[in-house]
Design a protein around this ligand. Structure first.
Ligand SMILES: NC(=O)c1ccc[n+]([C@@H]2O[C@H](COP(=O)([O-])OP(=O)(O)OC[C@H]3O[C@@H](n4cnc5c(N)ncnc54)[C@H](OP(=O)(O)O)[C@@H]3O)[C@@H](O)[C@H]2O)c1
Length: 220
């Protein structure tokens, strides 16, 4: 069975994903309200997150080579990375206290050196697709192998728009910030090529100036 996929993003009033400082505490409070079994994240989101929020990449320690033993109530982080963009930096994700464990989705074209890097550090990875990751196959695999029922994807435009366009997103959750980014904006939906009809499920004013909007994506 396909898992339920919720796209959750923080945006400016003019729909930009970047160019402002997201209210992280509020962003993750809303993510947590879905009690996700997993987060699905694109590799660009991880690399830009490390650049923005980490003070450089720390050296690896022996503990970074072992799987974390955290509570099963925490979500898994499922990261798509077919090109090995995260080689050398994945331990920053594994160290994150709210992440149960990191699982990689790769493809047949993924460099063997990257697969070796993953194996040496005991990261579980799955080969799903020839070139890019086959998203349908990936979602089915997560459901069947890990019994994942609810996925929150708080990723960027590339992966988010692909998931919408393929009809895999059931709900869109937006935390609208009281800012306008203007000319430098990175519009959240600009790569969706097929009209999407939505139904408003919920709207809530938060911390005075923020708005939480939740839409159900209608299936054609
Ligand atoms: N405001 C927010 O809530 C929010 C949240 C997250 C991120 N962001 C921002 O968004 C930006 C990063 O996002 P992004 O839009 O560059 O990328 P992204 O959403 O991280 O997506 C990139 C991922 O999409 C995969 N991909 C590309 N084409 C694919 C295909 N045809 N089939 C399957 N998978 C495919 C790539 O896989 P491979 O290349 O490995 O094949 C890669 O893992 C950053 O600026 C970040 O700050 C904002």
């Amino acid at each position: 069975m396909m898992p339920r996929v919720i796209l959750h993003n923080s945006i400016s009033l003019d729909g930009s994903l970047t160019g402002f400082e997201p209210h992280m505490e509020l962003h993750y409070r809303l993510v947590g309200s879905y009690k996700p079994d997993a987060h699905l994240i694109g590799s660009h989101t991880i690399t830009t997150g490390i650049e923005l929020y980490e003070d450089g990449v720390p050296e690896e320690h022996a503990s970074d080579f072992k799987k974390s033993k955290r509570s099963r109530s925490l979500p898994l982080w499922v990261i798509i990375d077919t090109r090995g963009a995260l080689q050398g930096v994945l331990h920053t994700c594994r160290r994150f206290e709210l992440c149960r464990d990191v699982i990689l989705l790769v493809s047949e074209r993924t460099p063997s050196g990257y697969l070796q890097y993953l194996s040496e550090r005991n990261y579980t990875y799955h080969v799903v697709g020839r070139n890019h990751v086959d998203l349908k196959q990936a979602l089915l695999l997560l459901s069947e192998t890990y019994q994942i029922k609810t996925i929150v994807t708080d990723t960027g435009r590339i992966l988010g728009n692909l998931l919408i366009e393929h009809g895999f997103v059931e709900e869109i959750s937006l935390l609208v910030h009281p800012v306008i980014v203007g000319g430098a904006s990175y519009p959240i939906f600009s790569e969706v090529k097929i009209l999407q009809r939505l139904q408003l499920k919920k709207f809530e004013r938060l911390e005075e100036h923020y708005l939480w909007l939740v839409y159900h994506v209608q299936k054609e």
